[in-house]
Design a binder for this molecule. Structure first.
Ligand code: ZN
Length: 266
């Protein structure tokens, strides 16, 4: 279906809205196609309210752990084939209310919500479009991981099992925040990686499970980067997880459905 045609796009949105509301598509008389009342009902439905609460909870945890600063960071959840729920712009992620959140289509057009959607939504949507398994995306600026991103470094691997199993990290070059080019650079990495360090900016993660899982990747990455910095202060060469031990960890990772470019490598 040609999503660039506005009436086709409205039709796609409408179909998704009805699917999510578990209602059959009305035929003949009924609300106008993709009309505001339909979208409003979807936005205010109990299913979407539950997801709004999850986003507010994750925002609070990001802020409490100092992974976001000022109005920084943003969160999005896929709520249909071509619709996402996301955080607003110019609001601290630590103090969001469910009514602050926004509904957008996959072109980034705001469908509903009193506040304006985050300017970085294009990046989230480009990840979801490129990686059909991505149901949630979290972006933030955790200081230790962002330090690695500023240094242009992906953290070294084979040091701690948690990181090996749950995270597959890569780094994308710096591009101006909010531009399609930044999203393009990141989207090019999400088939084999679930955490992307954004050079001179921060980190973005996606999950095929839920938004808390995408957030967990941030905790694991940030803790890992901090531990590496501590280990580097000790005047000893760190011990490394052996190739045979790594093979066992990658087996667990594959069973969890987490991508990794090392599968099948000798
Ligand atoms: Zn950012």
């Amino acid at each position: 279906m040609d999503a660039s045609n506005p009436s086709r796009r409205r039709e796609m949105v409408r179909k998704t809205v009805y699917k999510r509301l578990n209602k059959p598509l009305p035929t003949g008389a009924g609300p106008a196609r993709g009309s505001k009342p339909e979208i409003e009902a979807f936005f205010n439905s109990p299913q979407i309210h539950g997801l709004k609460l999850q986003i507010c909870d994750i925002g609070r945890r990001l802020w409490q752990r100092t992974y976001v600063d000022g109005n920084g960071g943003n969160i999005a959840i896929r709520v249909g084939k071509d619709i996402a729920l996301c955080t607003p712009t110019l609001v601290s992620k630590g103090f969001m209310k469910p009514e602050d959140l926004c509904l957008v289509d996959f072109k980034g057009n705001q469908l509903f919500g009193a506040k304006r959607r985050t300017s970085e939504i294009l990046m989230h949507l480009q990840i979801m479009k490129r990686q059909p398994r991505a149901v949630a995306v979290v972006h933030c600026h955790p200081p230790h991981a962002t330090g690695f991103a500023v240094a242009g470094m992906v953290p070294p691997t084979c040091l701690i099992p948690e990181f090996e199993v749950f995270v597959s990290a890569a780094i994308a070059p710096y591009r101006t925040p909010g531009t399609p080019e930044l999203g393009r650079q990141i989207a090019g990495l999400v088939d084999k990686h679930n955490v992307i360090l954004m050079a001179n900016h921060g980190v973005v993660s996606w999950s095929h499970n839920n938004v808390e899982d995408a957030y967990f990747k941030m905790e694991i990455l940030e803790s890992y980067c901090r531990t590496i910095l501590v280990a580097s202060q000790l005047s000893r060469t760190p011990n490394i997880i052996s190739p045979a031990q790594l093979k066992d960890l990658l087996k667990i990772k594959k069973n969890l459905g987490i991508p990794d470019p090392r599968y099948g490598r000798k």
